[in-house]
Ligand binder design. Structure first.
Ligand SMILES: CC(C)(COP(=O)(O)OP(=O)(O)OC[C@H]1O[C@@H](n2cnc3c(N)ncnc32)[C@H](O)[C@@H]1O)[C@@H](O)C(=O)NCCC(=O)NCCS
Ligand SMILES: Nc1ncnc2c1ncn2[C@@H]1O[C@H](COP(=O)(O)OP(=O)(O)OP(=O)(O)O)[C@@H](O)[C@H]1O
Length: 340
């Protein structure tokens, strides 16, 4: 299960490789970051039979200060569309400083150090990832998809067959906005007491009607809740040590939460199926479902960002074989982590 580590930089990208068993990590190359880089990476991945890529994130995932506009995300999006391999992330904080010190310890001259620094940093990214997976053998699956496409349905089917834990960001959001919980005060401050029931709890349907009818208002609600949701999701993941974690995130692409998972699934269904499912499940009108859908990214381009796409239109029998095929690959990865 060979890894390729990436230290992204605006001008240069450092590459490191691991062996099959993750015993050895070696600096490989520094590639100029121009239009040709994706083809070059594809060639390396094919030549060395790479199974997974690992990208460095310049900020700590745990500090929850990740800027959605960081240009490394654009690189990741292009790379993911071009290369059909799972990609994990690891904090690369201080990796350049450590790499520089290592090269200094070896007595290298400054000019040579500058040339080698990016691939040395890529090594540190891989070493950190391998260490992390040694300390905690969690395999995290990000499950995204628009409203009513079957995220929860699929997560439960996987859990039934392969075990593991489900983390739902919708559920986290619901908890955060319960009376006097962390998100409650700011949501009420922003939208006023008109969104409250007589018992002072937030009336979610009322708030939903307000925000799904108005892009700006939805944006304001997202700004209050999303950092809190991500913080809670990360801390929940951290509490697990040896689990398959099914992380349901409707807005994974919109919020660029790529760094949270090892595999990604996209659930999809046709518009009519979604509307009839959600009407039945939530007792809401078609118009409401359409409004929610309007606020979600439905572009085809989004599909290329996922490892697996699960179309739930044809019920369980239509997807059972595919689910088990995907499940076997995930179990292989999990077994590999446990055997190390
Ligand atoms: C607007 C709210 C109050 C409506 O609550 P309600 O209980 O009716 O719906 P619930 O939270 O179960 O969401 C149902 C579905 O709506 C869609 N949805 C929810 N929030 C959003 C959003 N900000 N943008 C687009 N779609 C959304 C998702 O598909 C979700 O699965 C609630 O969805 C909310 O607080 N949303 C903001 C937080 C958020 O983005 N949650 C999604 C997790 S990242
Ligand atoms: N493959 C399927 N076969 C039959 N029914 C399904 C399938 N997938 C989902 N459903 C049903 O459709 C409804 C919506 O599914 P689910 O709640 O899993 O969607 P979701 O993507 O999690 O929705 P939300 O974004 O609102 O949380 C549920 O009642 C579920 O049982």
């Amino acid at each position: 299960m060979k890894l390729l580590g990436i230290d992204w930089g605006k001008n240069r990208v450092g590459i490191a490789l691991s062996d099959k068993k993750w015993n050895i990590v070696t600096p490989y190359k520094v590639i100029v970051n121009d239009d040709k880089i994706f083809n070059k990476l594809k060639n390396i991945i094919d030549e060395y039979e790479i199974s997974r890529l690992v990208m460095g994130l310049p900020l700590s995932i745990y500090e929850n200060k990740i800027d959605k506009n960081w240009p490394g995300f654009n690189f990741f999006e292009k790379l993911k569309r071009k290369i059909n391999k799972p990609i994990s992330w690891i904090d690369e904080k201080f990796s350049s400083d450590i790499a520089f010190n290592r090269l200094s310890d070896s007595g290298m001259k400054y000019s040579r150090k500058r040339k080698k620094i990016d691939k040395a940093s890529a090594c540190i990214i891989l070493e950190r990832f391998i260490d992390k997976k040694q300390n905690s053998q969690n395999v995290i699956i990000g499950i995204s998809g628009n409203i009513g496409t079957g995220k929860t349905f699929i997560a439960k089917k996987f859990r039934k067959k392969y075990g593991g834990k489900i983390i739902s960001t919708d559920e986290i959001s619901r908890n955060l906005t319960k009376k006097n919980n962390k998100g409650y005060k700011n949501v009420v401050k922003e939208f006023g007491e008109k969104i409250l029931n007589t018992n002072k709890e937030i009336n979610r349907k009322k708030l939903g009607k307000i925000v799904f009818n108005n892009k700006k208002k939805l944006h304001r609600l997202n700004k209050i809740l999303h950092p809190l949701i991500v913080e809670k999701a990360v801390s929940k993941i951290e509490n697990y040590k040896n689990e398959i974690v099914y992380l349901e995130i409707p807005l994974l692409i919109e919020n660029k939460l790529y760094y949270l998972y090892d595999y990604s699934f996209l659930t999809k269904a046709s518009k009519d199926v979604i509307i009839s499912r959600v009407r039945n499940r939530d007792q809401v009108k078609s118009e409401y479902v359409k409004k929610v859908m309007k606020r979600q990214n439905t572009s085809r381009d989004k599909e290329n960002m996922f490892d697996y796409i699960i179309d739930t239109d044809n019920g369980w029998s239509g997807i059972r074989d595919k689910v088990y095929h995907i499940g076997n690959q995930i179990i292989n990865f999990k077994n590999f982590l446990n055997r190390r």
